[in-house]
Write a protein that binds this ligand. Structure first.
Ligand SMILES: O=C(O)C(O)[C@@H](O)[C@H](O)[C@H](O)COP(=O)(O)O
Length: 456
């Protein structure tokens, strides 16, 4: 059996005045071929052998239990030896049974992988045998390794994925997918990691990047479409007010990559918080800010929001060949479990969902429990994605996401890979304190488990 191999692909690092900027390609998993077989050994009952006397009959009964076929020949031989020795009046000599070959154990989770089957040419599926995960995707699906070599803690997601078992195929078909090593346009270096000295310079950089993308897009296409996330990001975007004169805000369309199901006036509303913090000051036309209808049941709210997006002309919101919307910019925060938008680890919403752009989320591990979210496919169809994380509390997850390839779905942020566009990570020194970009070119430093932490 060949297992999965962690592979770091090429990367390079450059330093700018206020930030260390590392451009790196995505890492991928290379797997060997051939399905993993549960190596139980075949069990069989001993063939019937006639007993010559009561002693031999007892030996036969002892042997007539289920036993690995590899040992049965030896036992038959032992019985035959006893019979022969007794007949010759000699004490029986027991023949040592041959030692069963020890199965070579590979560290978890490699033994849980089976063969990747490329069904579409662009997608790899993990095919998991029924005997291996009889109760669905295991809770330790977050089987990424910590720097210590330990398996990372169980994901906080409460619900197991139930509906991925395909009864006709007698196997679990894992719904998450990887992209092939190369992007659609054939280039490899599509992501960069920018580390800023502190949160203030990070926020300034987030606003600069936003404004420059807006100007670029308006100059090229006459509009700028952006989808925002909530959380601490909203405060970081306040600095856009200082860039009010730089951008023609009347041509800006704002969407929510995810939103909590509540009224705009509710303290939980991302859109409400952003309006108060900066949106209302920028002069974006009312009709260009697309908010959700928080009074609807969550599934209807998702459908209605998707409907709003679908109604926009293709001049404003063009589509990919796969009929996915192409946003000019998606700005994501990241939770401590590596969730982005409201796409939480090991949840059904993360699965490929080609028919829908926006999904309802119930029982969200992060409160409030009902939300809507754009799909990972929509995020990955954007022209540019910004992934922003700040603070010491994010250091460990940033390190895991950037330096350890996990099982797909365990760390949603690892699935952010714009197909045509660019991914820019924007971090502050604290959230980047556990990563070691200077070793990203060093093949010997992979896998990461033994890499010493950067000196402070
Ligand atoms: O909860 C939301 O509304 C989100 O959109 C969510 O994805 C958020 O961006 C991350 O949880 C990071 O939040 P923090 O930056 O506050 O940690």
């Amino acid at each position: 059996m060949k297992g999965a191999r962690l592979v770091r692909r090429s990367s390079r690092t450059r330093t700018t005045a206020h930030a260390t900027t590392t451009t790196a390609t995505r890492r991928g998993i290379e797997r060997g071929s051939g399905p993993v077989q549960a190596n139980k050994g075949s069990l069989g009952l001993r063939r019937s052998v006639g007993a010559a006397n009561p002693h031999q009959a007892r030996l036969l009964r002892l042997c007539a239990v289920a036993e690995p076929t590899g040992e049965k020949e030896n036992k038959e031989q032992a019985v035959a030896n006893v019979a022969a020795s007794e007949e010759a009046g000699k004490p029986a000599r027991k023949k040592k049974p041959a030692k069963a070959k020890k199965e070579k154990k590979e560290p978890w989770p490699l033994t849980r992988y089976s063969n990747p089957v490329s069904t579409t040419g662009k997608t790899h599926y993990n095919v998991i045998h029924r005997s291996q995960w009889p109760t669905g995707v295991p809770s330790v699906m977050g089987g990424h390794m910590m720097p210590s070599g330990e398996v990372a803690p169980v994901a906080t997601s409460p619900s197991a994925i139930k509906d991925i078992y395909d009864a006709t195929q007698t196997q679990y078909v894992h719904p998450f997918h990887y992209y092939e090593e190369e992007r659609v346009d054939g280039t490899r270096e599509n992501s960069s990691v920018n580390v800023h000295n502190n949160k203030a310079s990070l926020s300034a950089s987030v606003c600069d990047e936003f404004a420059s993308k807006a100007k670029e897009s308006i100059a090229a296409t006459g509009k700028f479409t952006v989808a925002l996330s909530g959380g601490s990001l909203i405060q970081m975007l306040e600095g856009l007010k200082e860039r009010k004169q730089e951008v023609d805000w009347s041509k800006v369309y704002v969407f929510w990559v995810d939103e909590r199901l509540c009224d705009l006036s509710d303290k939980d509303s991302n859109a409400g918080a952003a309006k108060a913090a900066f949106l209302d000051d920028l002069g974006i036309p009312e009709g260009n800010h697309h908010t959700i209808d928080g009074s609807l049941p969550v599934d209807q709210a998702a459908r209605a929001y998707e409907g709003k997006m679908l109604q926009l002309s293709q001049e404003v919101l063009p589509r990919t060949e796969d009929n996915l919307p192409v946003l000019d910019l998606v700005v994501l925060g990241m939770g401590p479990d590596a969730h982005v938008a409201s796409l939480f680890p090991n949840r059904q919403e993360l699965a490929e969902n080609p028919k829908q752009w926006v999904l309802p989320v119930s029982n969200s591990p992060k409160p409030p429990s009902e939300r809507i979210t754009m799909t990972m496919d929509v995020i990955n169809s954007a022209r540019q994605v910004m992934l922003v994380a700040a603070g010491k509390g994010k250091a460990e997850v940033v390190q895991r996401v950037l330096e350890h390839q996990s099982l797909p779905g365990a760390l949603p942020a690892q699935l952010v890979m714009p197909k045509q566009g660019k991914l820019v990570w924007l971090l502050d020194a604290e959230s980047a304190s556990e990563i070691s970009p200077t070793t990203w070119d060093d093949n010997k430093a992979w896998p990461r488990n033994n890499v010493p932490k950067p000196s402070t």
